[in-house]
Ligand binder design. Structure first.
Ligand code: NAD
Length: 338
């Protein structure tokens, strides 16, 4: 396609970052922004020099010159917006989590399968420098076969929850809404879906604030004899991070999304661990520019999408299994999408 890609952005919280990334990309521009908050809408449109604005996203979908939309609205709204945007023949980059319920996920998967448009789910950790570097080294065999992989979503939501009612929706708990990042990371790093999940949860810190438990730990059994663990807390008393450790038969990688370095342990000639290697990294835990560059490539050059609708759906299937296991005190076998 030898033309500029016209993009609409729906929801201007995280969507504002997406809009800025689009404006930085050659041959792409934001031609519409949408938000129900009119003040935010006016300010964003003016600051980013966007010609069209609306409070009802369906107005932008009627514009035949609009090629694609970035959906960054509250999670429970993703389903209807996806269905409507595909019906209007728009390509879509949709924020994680794909949706909050199995019913919504099934409807989204069906709508995407019945469409010829590009659909990408925004699993941003796959563009985070530390995680990207770890994945490259693991796939190259640098730490041998994976044995145990762990990640965490440690994010104190004390301020985020103030006045943010959609994040207090019982369906939008810290696992599906937040720790989908850590679950997706383990799925991507291992290249597998966890077969069985056992989880526990507590509700001590936010007992009066959230209608769902605020801290979960999940143990997962992956194929190829890999064990996984996710720690998910929206009430932890510390700075935000996603500390992750990937243990292999020949080495170990320790990394996160908030530090300027990662640590890699290799084997010495005698079979023991050597002095660790320190790898310098950019800190970029919301690499929307890298993510949009890939979306652009998929739309314009037909490059296959990596974070497909099934990837987004299966990450949420595993998250729903974590919540179910913690709530029922049972091991759960997640139900995946082909
Ligand atoms: N990739 C990441 O790391 C990351 C980080 C934060 C949020 N998110 C995801 O991005 C999405 C938005 O989260 P956020 O943090 O920006 O939330 P937010 O509450 O800060 O912003 C959401 C915006 O959507 C607007 N909105 C609400 N209903 C709307 C509607 N019907 N039409 C248009 N706009 C509407 C709100 O007015 C608000 O401005 C969620 O899906 C969230 O899970 C992803």
């Amino acid at each position: 396609m030898d033309k500029t890609l016209n993009i609409g952005v729906i929801g201007l919280g995280m969507g504002r970052r997406h809009a800025e990334s689009v404006q930085e990309t050659p041959n792409a521009r934001v031609t519409w922004v949408c938000d129900t908050d009119e003040k935010k809408l006016e300010e964003t449109a003016a600051e980013l020099n966007v010609p069209n604005r609306c409070t009802d996203y369906r107005d932008m979908l009627n514009d035949e010159t609009l090629d694609a939309v970035i959906i960054a609205s509250p999670d429970g709204l993703h389903r209807q917006m996806i269905v409507d945007a595909l019906a209007a023949k728009k390509h879509i980059l949709c924020e994680k989590p794909l949706a909050l319920t199995r019913e919504d996920i099934e409807a989204i998967v069906e709508a995407v399968h019945n469409s010829d448009r590009v659909f990408m789910v925004g699993q941003i950790c796959r563009y985070t420098p530390g995680f990207y570097e770890a994945k490259k080294r693991i796939d190259a065999g640098e730490i041998g076969e994976l044995t145990f992989i762990e990640s965490e979503y440690a994010h104190d939501y004390t301020h985020i929850l103030v006045g943010n009612t959609w994040r207090c929706d019982p369906l939008r708990n810290g696992v599906v809404g937040g720790a989908c990042h850590a679950v997706d990371l383990l799925r991507w790093i291992s290249g597998e879906n966890p077969e069985k999940i056992t989880a526990y949860s507590t509700h001590k810190t936010f007992a009066d604030l959230t209608p769902y438990d605020d801290t979960h730990v999940a143990i997962m059994k992956f194929p190829n004899n890999i064990i996984g663990k996710v720690f998910a807390s929206i009430s932890c008393r510390r700075d935000y991070t996603m500390r992750s450790v990937f243990y292999g038969t020949k080495g170990t990688i320790i990394t996160d999304n908030t530090s300027p370095t990662m640590t890699v342990f290799h084997l010495n000639g005698d079979g023991a661990s050597s002095t660790p290697e320190t790898v310098e990294l950019d800190i970029n835990n919301h690499n929307t520019t890298g993510e949009f560059a890939e979306f652009f490539d998929c739309v314009v050059n037909g490059t296959p999408v990596r974070t497909t609708v099934e990837e987004g759906a299966n990450t949420i299937a595993a998250c729903l299994a974590i919540v179910q296991s913690a709530n029922t005190d049972q091991t759960v076998v997640p139900q995946y999408f082909a």
